[in-house]
Design a protein around this ligand. Structure first.
Ligand code: 5GP
Ligand code: ZN
Length: 112
């Protein structure tokens, strides 16, 4: 198995765990873009949002729920952003679906 985030999920590549359950594993981004920068990835390998289908609706909701839970745990009461970069134009660099949770500073809009 060559997928970087599958290896992080199964523990063969170390990471700083932030939250985990049956469906997802959340860990600190190695190159954080904000004081809080967490990645929430499904345990199951899904390449991107573009590869999801009808059967993934509950899992996708779960990832969003997990991001909100982590944001509360991190005390991001002033707000935060969740982002799913998808495909080449979306700036996705790791081909295993993940939700970015960014917070702890004023974020600008629009993103680049
Ligand atoms: P993408 O560009 O695909 O939306 O996001 C990939 C994210 O994964 C980037 O923010 C990058 O910093 C992070 N990342 C890449 N390699 C590693 C790694 O080995 N460990 C961790 N914790 N994060 C990584
Ligand atoms: Zn994977």
């Amino acid at each position: 198995m060559s997928c970087l985030f599958c290896k992080i999920v199964d523990g063969s590549i170390p990471s700083t765990a932030v939250y985990q359950d049956e469906f997802c594993y959340a860990f600190a981004d190695l190159n954080p873009k904000a004081p809080v920068h967490v990645l929430v990835a499904p345990r199951e390998h899904i390449g991107s949002l573009e590869e999801t289908g009808e059967g993934d609706r509950a899992l996708l909701g779960h990832l969003m729920w997990a991001a909100a839970r982590i944001a509360r745990d991190k005390g991001l009461a002033k707000g935060y952003r969740v982002v799913v970069n998808t495909g080449q134009d979306g700036g996705q660099s790791v081909d295993h679906l993940h939700v970015h949770l960014l917070g702890g500073r004023q974020l600008t809009w629009p993103p680049g």
